[in-house]
Design a protein around this ligand. Structure first.
Ligand SMILES: [Cu+2]
Length: 402
């Protein structure tokens, strides 16, 4: 047997397919194993028990479906041939394709309906922030318009395919060009898209308009800093102002690089939970220390990238306390959350913190319990007191020299 016979195209392709199947199965198995290894033995067992199919399973299922469609096609072909041998009318494939188009239309429309009713129930609850309502309105307007267009065009497309399928008795009308049709299908979407874009532009402008209205009390300034893989929060102390930061000052003890020469920084507070009072404007100052992260508070419809070296901010006003939302959703354990919405690395999923919306009194009580960033240890490390002393010494020296 020659070398060529041993390795023909079919054999090589089959071998590649087998290797791909094995490869993906092994990869998926490793993923499950490593996920289990990092967790406790109990969760390890649970991970193995999930019974999630591997990529190989889906590829096999796909091949099986293709195989069955092939068989059905062959059955039709055999039927067609026997009809011809018997001298009867052969199968009209145009009718078959036309009916299949209708079947596809009905199945597709049912699929759209199914995804609306099944996934539709998973959408976010009503916005818990002031600007969130406007965003929701925009979302539903866009969804309404696109869905209307979707249903009309799909129904027309497949009905026309069925209605005007090939018929030997009918001749098709040749339409090389029609300016009116060209104008209609260019101008109509252009108008709709322009309206949507302008609507979005003004909505975004109203949301991100940073200027405080006259007489409006200043927003509560909260710094949120993303790093792999956590969010750090910084609240201003009694002075209501946050001290400056500088990335060059970042070290083990001063993880945010707070410039403690700035007197506003002395009383800056650290917090583990983002607690904010209801119906008060909050200004989130957004920073990142390593890669691009994204501050995302879905319940408030807040999302903005956290870019290293480019501080940004997002102002919003929560309108519903956590307790009110729990009662509304009938979920006693519900919590608002701030998440990272950029796949920023292996432990990206760790980047979440609880956000709790409380009454003003509860907020003040909570704030009083938070610890300052400038701890006694940090004061020692930074020779904070020493600098004050050395200034005094220098002044004394100056006085002596004079
Ligand atoms: Cu991140």
């Amino acid at each position: 047997m020659g070398f060529k016979n041993l390795f023909n195209t079919k054999k090589i392709l089959s071998l590649i397919a087998v290797f791909m199947l094995l490869g993906t199965s092994v990869l998926f198995a490793q993923d499950a194993a490593s996920a289990g290894a990092s967790a406790s033995p109990a969760t390890d067992a649970a991970a193995k028990d999930t019974g999630l199919p591997t990529a190989g399973y889906y590829i096999l299922m796909f091949l099986v479906v293709c195989f069955f469609i092939g068989i059905i096609g062959k059955v039709f072909r055999v039927y067609d041939l026997t009809q011809q041998i018997r001298g009867k009318k052969p199968l009209n494939w145009n009718n078959v394709m036309g009916v299949l188009c209708l079947v596809f239309l009905v199945a597709g429309l049912y699929g759209a309906y199914w995804s609306f009713t099944v996934q539709g129930s998973m959408i976010l609850p009503a916005a818990a922030s002031e600007h969130g309502g406007i965003l929701d309105k925009m979302f539903w307007t866009t969804t309404g318009i696109t869905m209307t267009v979707f249903f009309i065009t799909q129904i027309l497309l497949f009905t026309f395919l069925f209605r005007y399928r090939y018929n030997a008795k009918r001749r098709a009308h040749f339409l090389p060009h029609n300016n009116t049709i060209e104008k209609v299908w260019t101008i109509a979407p252009a108008i709709v898209l322009t309206v949507l874009v302008i609507f979005g532009f003004f909505t975004w402008k109203s949301i991100t308009n940073s200027v405080d209205a006259k007489g409006e009390p200043a927003s509560i300034n909260i710094d949120i800093t993303g790093h792999q893989f956590a969010w750090e929060l910084r609240y201003p102390g009694k002075d209501g102002r946050l001290g400056k930061t500088n990335y060059k000052l970042v070290n083990g003890a001063n993880k945010l690089g707070i410039n403690f020469k700035d007197k506003y920084s002395y009383d800056d507070l650290q917090a583990d939970t983002m607690v904010i009072p209801v119906n008060k404007s909050v200004r989130l100052n957004i920073h990142a220390q390593d890669v691009i992260h994204s501050v995302y508070i879905p319940a408030f419809r807040v999302q903005l990238n956290a870019v290293p070296g480019l501080p940004t901010f997002f102002k919003f006003k929560p309108i519903m306390t956590t307790a009110q939302m729990r009662a509304k959703l009938d979920k006693p354990t519900f919590e608002y959350e701030v998440l990272c919405n950029k796949i920023c690395g292996g432990s990206h999923y760790n980047m979440k913190k609880v956000v709790r919306v409380v009454t003003e009194a509860e907020y003040q009580a909570w704030l009083a319990q938070q610890k300052p960033y400038l701890t006694d240890q940090l004061k020692k490390d930074l020779k904070f007191a020493a600098t004050e002393d050395s200034k005094q010494v220098q002044q004394n020296r100056l006085a002596l020299n004079n």
